[in-house]
Design a protein around this ligand. Sequence first.
Ligand SMILES: Cc1cc2nc3c(=O)[nH]c(=O)nc-3n(C[C@H](O)[C@H](O)[C@H](O)COP(=O)(O)OP(=O)(O)OC[C@H]3O[C@@H](n4cnc5c(N)ncnc54)[C@H](O)[C@@H]3O)c2cc1C
Ligand code: FES
Length: 362
Amino acid sequence: MGEKHKVHFDPVDIEIEVDEEETVLDAAFRQGVMLMHGCRQGQCAACKAFLLDGDMEMDPFSTFALNETEEDEGFVLLCRSFAYSDLEVELIAYHEDMLEAGVPIQLVYAEVEEIEALTHDIKRLVLNLVDPPEMNFIPGQYAELYIPGTDEHRAYSMANTTSSDDRAEFIIKIYPGGRFSSLLDQDLKVGDKMTVKVPYGMFMLREKSEGDIVFVGGGSGMAPIWSILNHMAEKGIERKATYYYGARTRKDLFYLDELQELEERLPGFRFVPALSDPEPEEEWDGETGLITDVISRLEGDLTGTEAYLAGPPPMIDAAIPVLGTKGIDKDSVYYDKFTTTGEVEGSESKEESGPDFSGRAG
Ligand SMILES: Cc1cc2nc3c(=O)[nH]c(=O)nc-3n(C[C@H](O)[C@H](O)[C@H](O)COP(=O)(O)OP(=O)(O)OC[C@H]3O[C@@H](n4cnc5c(N)ncnc54)[C@H](O)[C@@H]3O)c2cc1C
Ligand code: FES
Protein backbone atom coordinates (compact mmCIF):
# COMPACT_ATOMS: atom_id res chain seq x y z
CA MET A 1 0.00 0.00 0.00
CA GLY A 2 1.14 3.55 -0.66
CA GLU A 3 0.77 6.87 1.09
CA LYS A 4 -2.78 7.94 1.93
CA HIS A 5 -4.53 11.23 1.13
CA LYS A 6 -7.94 12.79 1.59
CA VAL A 7 -10.30 13.60 -1.28
CA HIS A 8 -13.10 16.05 -0.66
CA PHE A 9 -15.99 16.10 -3.17
CA ASP A 10 -17.94 19.27 -3.92
CA PRO A 11 -20.80 20.16 -3.99
CA VAL A 12 -21.90 17.05 -2.05
CA ASP A 13 -19.49 17.58 0.88
CA ILE A 14 -18.28 13.97 1.09
CA GLU A 15 -14.71 13.08 2.06
CA ILE A 16 -12.91 9.80 1.42
CA GLU A 17 -9.41 8.48 1.97
CA VAL A 18 -7.41 7.33 -1.03
CA ASP A 19 -4.27 5.24 -1.22
CA GLU A 20 -1.69 6.32 -3.83
CA GLU A 21 -1.98 2.86 -5.40
CA GLU A 22 -5.73 2.93 -6.10
CA THR A 23 -7.83 5.14 -8.36
CA VAL A 24 -10.01 7.77 -6.74
CA LEU A 25 -13.07 5.93 -8.16
CA ASP A 26 -12.02 2.61 -6.58
CA ALA A 27 -11.27 4.31 -3.25
CA ALA A 28 -14.78 5.78 -3.30
CA PHE A 29 -16.34 2.34 -4.01
CA ARG A 30 -14.29 0.82 -1.17
CA GLN A 31 -15.80 3.38 1.19
CA GLY A 32 -19.36 2.88 -0.05
CA VAL A 33 -19.48 6.10 -2.08
CA MET A 34 -21.04 5.37 -5.47
CA LEU A 35 -19.68 8.00 -7.86
CA MET A 36 -20.98 8.26 -11.43
CA HIS A 37 -19.14 5.77 -13.65
CA GLY A 38 -19.48 3.53 -16.69
CA CYS A 39 -16.61 1.61 -18.29
CA ARG A 40 -13.95 2.17 -15.55
CA GLN A 41 -11.40 2.09 -18.40
CA GLY A 42 -11.07 5.76 -19.36
CA GLN A 43 -13.29 5.33 -22.41
CA CYS A 44 -16.81 6.58 -21.69
CA ALA A 45 -16.44 9.93 -19.80
CA ALA A 46 -19.11 9.04 -17.22
CA CYS A 47 -16.69 9.68 -14.32
CA LYS A 48 -15.52 13.07 -15.59
CA ALA A 49 -15.01 15.59 -12.77
CA PHE A 50 -13.14 18.85 -12.18
CA LEU A 51 -9.97 19.08 -10.10
CA LEU A 52 -10.20 22.21 -7.94
CA ASP A 53 -7.02 21.64 -5.99
CA GLY A 54 -4.28 19.06 -5.42
CA ASP A 55 -1.72 16.94 -7.17
CA MET A 56 -2.74 13.84 -9.13
CA GLU A 57 -1.83 11.81 -12.20
CA MET A 58 -3.92 9.89 -14.69
CA ASP A 59 -3.36 6.50 -16.32
CA PRO A 60 -3.85 6.45 -20.12
CA PHE A 61 -7.37 7.18 -21.36
CA SER A 62 -9.27 7.77 -24.58
CA THR A 63 -9.15 11.36 -25.83
CA PHE A 64 -12.79 10.87 -26.76
CA ALA A 65 -13.55 10.62 -23.03
CA LEU A 66 -11.37 13.60 -22.13
CA ASN A 67 -9.85 15.79 -24.80
CA GLU A 68 -6.67 17.84 -24.46
CA THR A 69 -8.48 21.14 -23.95
CA GLU A 70 -10.59 19.68 -21.15
CA GLU A 71 -7.49 18.18 -19.55
CA ASP A 72 -5.74 21.57 -19.69
CA GLU A 73 -8.76 23.22 -18.10
CA GLY A 74 -8.56 20.83 -15.13
CA PHE A 75 -11.10 18.13 -16.00
CA VAL A 76 -10.14 14.61 -14.90
CA LEU A 77 -11.43 11.04 -15.22
CA LEU A 78 -11.75 9.64 -11.72
CA CYS A 79 -11.41 6.03 -12.96
CA ARG A 80 -7.87 6.87 -14.17
CA SER A 81 -6.85 9.30 -11.37
CA PHE A 82 -4.26 8.61 -8.68
CA ALA A 83 -3.87 11.15 -5.85
CA TYR A 84 -0.42 12.36 -4.75
CA SER A 85 -1.72 14.94 -2.25
CA ASP A 86 -5.06 15.80 -0.65
CA LEU A 87 -7.54 16.68 -3.41
CA GLU A 88 -10.56 18.93 -3.79
CA VAL A 89 -12.76 17.59 -6.61
CA GLU A 90 -15.97 18.99 -8.03
CA LEU A 91 -18.39 16.30 -9.23
CA ILE A 92 -20.11 17.17 -12.50
CA ALA A 93 -22.78 14.47 -12.36
CA TYR A 94 -23.95 12.40 -9.43
CA HIS A 95 -26.95 10.30 -8.56
CA GLU A 96 -28.21 11.61 -5.19
CA ASP A 97 -29.97 8.38 -4.21
CA MET A 98 -26.97 6.22 -5.05
CA LEU A 99 -24.15 8.41 -3.76
CA GLU A 100 -24.09 6.96 -0.27
CA ALA A 101 -26.12 3.82 -1.02
CA GLY A 102 -23.09 1.86 0.14
CA VAL A 103 -23.58 -1.25 -2.01
CA PRO A 104 -20.18 -2.86 -1.44
CA ILE A 105 -18.25 -4.28 -4.35
CA GLN A 106 -17.93 -8.03 -3.77
CA LEU A 107 -15.45 -10.56 -5.12
CA VAL A 108 -17.46 -13.69 -5.85
CA TYR A 109 -16.22 -17.19 -6.68
CA ALA A 110 -18.57 -19.01 -9.03
CA GLU A 111 -18.95 -22.04 -11.26
CA VAL A 112 -20.24 -22.25 -14.80
CA GLU A 113 -23.75 -23.72 -14.63
CA GLU A 114 -24.93 -23.36 -18.22
CA ILE A 115 -23.80 -22.08 -21.61
CA GLU A 116 -26.46 -21.69 -24.29
CA ALA A 117 -26.28 -20.34 -27.85
CA LEU A 118 -28.93 -17.61 -28.30
CA THR A 119 -27.88 -16.74 -31.87
CA HIS A 120 -24.94 -17.57 -34.16
CA ASP A 121 -22.76 -15.06 -32.24
CA ILE A 122 -24.46 -14.43 -28.90
CA LYS A 123 -24.28 -16.80 -25.93
CA ARG A 124 -26.01 -16.94 -22.58
CA LEU A 125 -23.69 -17.75 -19.70
CA VAL A 126 -25.06 -18.72 -16.29
CA LEU A 127 -22.83 -18.81 -13.22
CA ASN A 128 -23.78 -20.46 -9.97
CA LEU A 129 -22.39 -18.37 -7.09
CA VAL A 130 -20.34 -20.39 -4.61
CA ASP A 131 -18.59 -18.01 -2.19
CA PRO A 132 -20.41 -15.92 -1.13
CA PRO A 133 -23.50 -17.79 -2.35
CA GLU A 134 -25.40 -14.64 -3.33
CA MET A 135 -24.67 -11.13 -4.54
CA ASN A 136 -26.05 -7.61 -4.22
CA PHE A 137 -26.86 -5.69 -7.36
CA ILE A 138 -29.49 -3.49 -8.94
CA PRO A 139 -30.99 -4.72 -12.25
CA GLY A 140 -29.09 -3.00 -15.07
CA GLN A 141 -25.70 -3.09 -13.34
CA TYR A 142 -22.70 -5.02 -14.60
CA ALA A 143 -20.02 -7.39 -13.33
CA GLU A 144 -16.36 -7.76 -14.11
CA LEU A 145 -15.64 -11.34 -15.18
CA TYR A 146 -12.04 -12.41 -14.76
CA ILE A 147 -10.51 -14.33 -17.64
CA PRO A 148 -9.65 -17.60 -15.84
CA GLY A 149 -5.99 -17.84 -14.85
CA THR A 150 -5.32 -14.11 -15.41
CA ASP A 151 -5.96 -10.84 -13.61
CA GLU A 152 -7.64 -9.43 -16.74
CA HIS A 153 -11.37 -8.86 -16.67
CA ARG A 154 -14.23 -7.95 -18.98
CA ALA A 155 -17.44 -6.01 -18.26
CA TYR A 156 -20.74 -7.85 -18.74
CA SER A 157 -24.18 -6.74 -17.60
CA MET A 158 -26.25 -9.03 -15.43
CA ALA A 159 -29.25 -10.33 -17.39
CA ASN A 160 -31.03 -11.85 -14.39
CA THR A 161 -32.84 -10.05 -11.58
CA THR A 162 -32.32 -9.95 -7.83
CA SER A 163 -34.99 -12.66 -7.40
CA SER A 164 -32.23 -15.06 -8.51
CA ASP A 165 -29.30 -13.48 -6.68
CA ASP A 166 -27.61 -16.87 -6.18
CA ARG A 167 -26.70 -16.89 -9.88
CA ALA A 168 -25.35 -14.45 -12.39
CA GLU A 169 -26.63 -14.61 -15.94
CA PHE A 170 -25.00 -12.88 -18.88
CA ILE A 171 -25.75 -12.37 -22.59
CA ILE A 172 -22.40 -12.23 -24.35
CA LYS A 173 -21.43 -11.37 -27.90
CA ILE A 174 -18.64 -13.49 -29.34
CA TYR A 175 -15.87 -11.52 -31.06
CA PRO A 176 -13.47 -13.55 -33.20
CA GLY A 177 -10.15 -13.25 -31.34
CA GLY A 178 -11.85 -11.73 -28.29
CA ARG A 179 -9.96 -13.11 -25.30
CA PHE A 180 -12.93 -13.84 -23.08
CA SER A 181 -15.66 -14.32 -25.65
CA SER A 182 -13.69 -16.84 -27.73
CA LEU A 183 -12.89 -18.74 -24.55
CA LEU A 184 -16.64 -18.80 -23.83
CA ASP A 185 -17.32 -19.86 -27.41
CA GLN A 186 -14.81 -22.68 -27.56
CA ASP A 187 -13.33 -23.83 -24.26
CA LEU A 188 -15.38 -22.83 -21.23
CA LYS A 189 -17.51 -25.69 -19.89
CA VAL A 190 -20.01 -26.48 -17.15
CA GLY A 191 -18.24 -26.79 -13.78
CA ASP A 192 -15.35 -24.43 -14.68
CA LYS A 193 -14.44 -21.97 -11.94
CA MET A 194 -14.82 -18.23 -12.49
CA THR A 195 -14.25 -15.11 -10.41
CA VAL A 196 -16.44 -12.03 -10.75
CA LYS A 197 -16.52 -8.62 -9.12
CA VAL A 198 -19.96 -7.03 -8.64
CA PRO A 199 -21.79 -4.67 -8.84
CA TYR A 200 -20.68 -1.80 -11.06
CA GLY A 201 -22.51 0.75 -13.20
CA MET A 202 -25.25 3.35 -12.89
CA PHE A 203 -27.54 1.98 -15.62
CA MET A 204 -30.68 1.25 -13.62
CA LEU A 205 -34.37 2.12 -13.61
CA ARG A 206 -35.14 5.44 -11.90
CA GLU A 207 -37.88 3.93 -9.77
CA LYS A 208 -39.09 7.16 -8.17
CA SER A 209 -40.18 8.38 -11.59
CA GLU A 210 -43.55 7.55 -13.10
CA GLY A 211 -42.73 8.75 -16.62
CA ASP A 212 -43.13 6.67 -19.75
CA ILE A 213 -40.05 4.77 -20.90
CA VAL A 214 -38.33 4.13 -24.21
CA PHE A 215 -35.72 1.35 -24.19
CA VAL A 216 -33.28 1.12 -27.09
CA GLY A 217 -31.06 -1.95 -27.48
CA GLY A 218 -28.93 -3.73 -30.02
CA GLY A 219 -27.03 -7.04 -29.96
CA SER A 220 -26.02 -8.12 -26.45
CA GLY A 221 -27.31 -4.74 -25.23
CA MET A 222 -30.37 -6.90 -24.54
CA ALA A 223 -28.75 -8.01 -21.23
CA PRO A 224 -29.33 -5.05 -18.86
CA ILE A 225 -32.67 -4.15 -20.51
CA TRP A 226 -33.87 -7.75 -20.15
CA SER A 227 -32.94 -7.58 -16.46
CA ILE A 228 -34.77 -4.26 -15.95
CA LEU A 229 -37.88 -5.48 -17.82
CA ASN A 230 -38.08 -8.65 -15.76
CA HIS A 231 -37.56 -6.58 -12.61
CA MET A 232 -40.51 -4.40 -13.68
CA ALA A 233 -42.64 -7.51 -14.21
CA GLU A 234 -41.64 -8.98 -10.83
CA LYS A 235 -42.34 -5.71 -8.99
CA GLY A 236 -45.53 -4.87 -10.90
CA ILE A 237 -44.06 -1.61 -12.28
CA GLU A 238 -46.56 -0.92 -15.04
CA ARG A 239 -45.16 2.27 -16.55
CA LYS A 240 -45.81 2.59 -20.27
CA ALA A 241 -42.67 1.25 -21.93
CA THR A 242 -41.63 0.63 -25.53
CA TYR A 243 -38.52 -1.40 -26.31
CA TYR A 244 -36.89 -0.75 -29.71
CA TYR A 245 -34.40 -3.49 -30.53
CA GLY A 246 -32.22 -3.36 -33.61
CA ALA A 247 -30.70 -6.38 -35.35
CA ARG A 248 -29.32 -6.97 -38.83
CA THR A 249 -31.18 -10.10 -39.90
CA ARG A 250 -33.80 -12.50 -38.52
CA LYS A 251 -31.04 -14.83 -37.33
CA ASP A 252 -29.71 -12.09 -35.02
CA LEU A 253 -32.97 -11.97 -33.04
CA PHE A 254 -33.59 -13.95 -29.86
CA TYR A 255 -36.01 -14.00 -26.87
CA LEU A 256 -38.94 -13.15 -29.18
CA ASP A 257 -41.35 -15.52 -27.40
CA GLU A 258 -40.12 -14.41 -23.99
CA LEU A 259 -40.61 -10.74 -24.90
CA GLN A 260 -44.11 -11.50 -26.15
CA GLU A 261 -44.81 -13.15 -22.79
CA LEU A 262 -43.53 -10.01 -21.06
CA GLU A 263 -45.97 -7.95 -23.14
CA GLU A 264 -48.75 -10.07 -21.61
CA ARG A 265 -47.43 -9.64 -18.05
CA LEU A 266 -46.75 -5.90 -18.38
CA PRO A 267 -49.86 -4.24 -19.83
CA GLY A 268 -48.07 -1.01 -20.81
CA PHE A 269 -45.13 -2.77 -22.49
CA ARG A 270 -44.54 -3.12 -26.24
CA PHE A 271 -41.57 -4.76 -27.97
CA VAL A 272 -40.58 -3.42 -31.40
CA PRO A 273 -37.81 -5.42 -33.08
CA ALA A 274 -36.44 -4.04 -36.36
CA LEU A 275 -34.18 -5.57 -38.98
CA SER A 276 -31.73 -3.31 -40.81
CA ASP A 277 -30.71 -5.93 -43.43
CA PRO A 278 -33.42 -8.59 -43.73
CA GLU A 279 -32.44 -11.41 -46.09
CA PRO A 280 -34.86 -11.75 -49.05
CA GLU A 281 -35.67 -15.37 -48.14
CA GLU A 282 -36.46 -14.51 -44.50
CA GLU A 283 -40.06 -14.31 -43.41
CA TRP A 284 -40.35 -10.95 -41.67
CA ASP A 285 -43.39 -8.76 -41.39
CA GLY A 286 -42.00 -6.55 -38.61
CA GLU A 287 -40.24 -3.19 -38.82
CA THR A 288 -37.27 -2.71 -41.11
CA GLY A 289 -34.52 -0.09 -41.21
CA LEU A 290 -32.09 1.34 -38.70
CA ILE A 291 -33.52 1.39 -35.21
CA THR A 292 -33.12 5.19 -35.12
CA ASP A 293 -35.23 5.52 -38.29
CA VAL A 294 -37.86 3.24 -36.80
CA ILE A 295 -38.04 5.38 -33.64
CA SER A 296 -38.32 8.52 -35.79
CA ARG A 297 -41.11 6.94 -37.81
CA LEU A 298 -43.18 5.46 -34.97
CA GLU A 299 -42.81 7.95 -32.15
CA GLY A 300 -44.45 11.34 -31.78
CA ASP A 301 -43.80 13.81 -28.97
CA LEU A 302 -41.84 12.09 -26.18
CA THR A 303 -41.63 15.05 -23.79
CA GLY A 304 -41.48 13.74 -20.21
CA THR A 305 -40.33 10.26 -21.30
CA GLU A 306 -37.18 8.57 -19.95
CA ALA A 307 -34.85 6.69 -22.29
CA TYR A 308 -32.61 3.73 -21.41
CA LEU A 309 -30.11 2.65 -24.07
CA ALA A 310 -27.64 -0.24 -24.08
CA GLY A 311 -25.39 -1.74 -26.72
CA PRO A 312 -22.85 -0.71 -29.36
CA PRO A 313 -21.53 2.87 -28.90
CA PRO A 314 -22.41 3.96 -32.50
CA MET A 315 -26.04 2.93 -31.98
CA ILE A 316 -26.21 4.96 -28.77
CA ASP A 317 -24.51 7.97 -30.35
CA ALA A 318 -27.02 7.86 -33.20
CA ALA A 319 -30.08 7.35 -30.98
CA ILE A 320 -29.47 10.16 -28.45
CA PRO A 321 -30.03 13.06 -30.90
CA VAL A 322 -33.10 11.33 -32.38
CA LEU A 323 -34.61 11.02 -28.89
CA GLY A 324 -33.73 14.70 -28.35
CA THR A 325 -35.66 15.75 -31.44
CA LYS A 326 -38.67 13.90 -30.01
CA GLY A 327 -38.53 16.06 -26.87
CA ILE A 328 -36.71 13.78 -24.41
CA ASP A 329 -34.65 15.86 -22.00
CA LYS A 330 -30.95 14.97 -22.14
CA ASP A 331 -30.92 14.46 -18.36
CA SER A 332 -33.56 11.75 -18.80
CA VAL A 333 -31.39 9.68 -21.17
CA TYR A 334 -29.44 6.89 -19.44
CA TYR A 335 -27.11 4.55 -21.26
CA ASP A 336 -24.45 1.85 -21.09
CA LYS A 337 -22.09 1.96 -24.03
CA PHE A 338 -20.68 -1.52 -24.56
CA THR A 339 -17.08 -0.45 -25.13
CA THR A 340 -14.28 -3.00 -25.21
CA THR A 341 -12.92 -3.68 -21.74
CA GLY A 342 -9.46 -4.75 -22.87
CA GLU A 343 -6.61 -2.26 -23.04
CA VAL A 344 -7.55 1.08 -24.61
CA GLU A 345 -6.11 0.86 -28.11
CA GLY A 346 -2.83 2.78 -28.21
CA SER A 347 -2.96 3.14 -24.43
CA GLU A 348 0.82 3.52 -24.34
CA SER A 349 0.03 7.06 -25.34
CA LYS A 350 -3.25 8.71 -24.50
CA GLU A 351 -3.03 10.69 -27.75
CA GLU A 352 -3.53 7.51 -29.77
CA SER A 353 -6.70 6.41 -28.14
CA GLY A 354 -9.35 4.11 -29.57
CA PRO A 355 -12.60 4.79 -31.36
CA ASP A 356 -15.33 7.16 -30.23
CA PHE A 357 -16.29 6.27 -26.71
CA SER A 358 -17.44 9.74 -25.71
CA GLY A 359 -20.55 10.48 -23.74
CA ARG A 360 -22.19 10.25 -20.38
CA ALA A 361 -23.44 7.01 -18.92
CA GLY A 362 -25.90 6.38 -16.21
C1 LIG B 1 -20.52 -1.23 -18.79
C2 LIG B 1 -20.34 -2.29 -19.85
C3 LIG B 1 -21.23 -3.36 -19.92
C4 LIG B 1 -21.08 -4.33 -20.92
N1 LIG B 1 -21.97 -5.37 -20.98
C5 LIG B 1 -21.86 -6.29 -21.96
C6 LIG B 1 -22.80 -7.38 -22.08
O1 LIG B 1 -23.73 -7.52 -21.28
N2 LIG B 1 -22.62 -8.25 -23.11
C7 LIG B 1 -21.59 -8.12 -24.01
O2 LIG B 1 -21.48 -8.96 -24.94
N3 LIG B 1 -20.69 -7.13 -23.92
C8 LIG B 1 -20.79 -6.21 -22.91
N4 LIG B 1 -19.88 -5.20 -22.83
C9 LIG B 1 -18.78 -5.15 -23.81
C10 LIG B 1 -17.69 -6.15 -23.41
O3 LIG B 1 -17.14 -5.81 -22.15
C11 LIG B 1 -16.56 -6.13 -24.46
O4 LIG B 1 -17.11 -6.46 -25.69
C12 LIG B 1 -15.41 -7.07 -24.10
O5 LIG B 1 -14.20 -6.34 -24.13
C13 LIG B 1 -15.19 -8.20 -25.05
O6 LIG B 1 -14.13 -8.96 -24.49
P1 LIG B 1 -13.33 -10.05 -25.30
O7 LIG B 1 -12.28 -10.56 -24.35
O8 LIG B 1 -14.25 -11.00 -25.92
O9 LIG B 1 -12.65 -9.21 -26.44
P2 LIG B 1 -11.28 -8.39 -26.32
O10 LIG B 1 -10.14 -9.35 -26.18
O11 LIG B 1 -11.45 -7.38 -25.22
O12 LIG B 1 -11.25 -7.66 -27.70
C14 LIG B 1 -10.70 -8.28 -28.87
C15 LIG B 1 -11.22 -7.59 -30.11
O13 LIG B 1 -12.61 -7.91 -30.24
C16 LIG B 1 -13.33 -6.80 -30.74
N5 LIG B 1 -14.30 -6.31 -29.73
C17 LIG B 1 -14.39 -6.72 -28.42
N6 LIG B 1 -15.39 -6.07 -27.79
C18 LIG B 1 -15.95 -5.24 -28.70
C19 LIG B 1 -17.03 -4.31 -28.63
N7 LIG B 1 -17.75 -4.15 -27.51
N8 LIG B 1 -17.33 -3.60 -29.75
C20 LIG B 1 -16.63 -3.78 -30.89
N9 LIG B 1 -15.59 -4.65 -31.01
C21 LIG B 1 -15.25 -5.37 -29.95
C22 LIG B 1 -12.32 -5.75 -31.02
O14 LIG B 1 -11.90 -5.92 -32.35
C23 LIG B 1 -11.19 -6.06 -30.06
O15 LIG B 1 -10.01 -5.49 -30.49
C24 LIG B 1 -20.00 -4.24 -21.84
C25 LIG B 1 -19.10 -3.17 -21.75
C26 LIG B 1 -19.26 -2.21 -20.77
C27 LIG B 1 -18.26 -1.08 -20.68
S1 FES C 1 -15.91 5.30 -16.02
FE1 FES C 1 -14.23 6.64 -16.26
S2 FES C 1 -14.19 6.98 -18.39
FE2 FES C 1 -15.76 5.45 -18.18
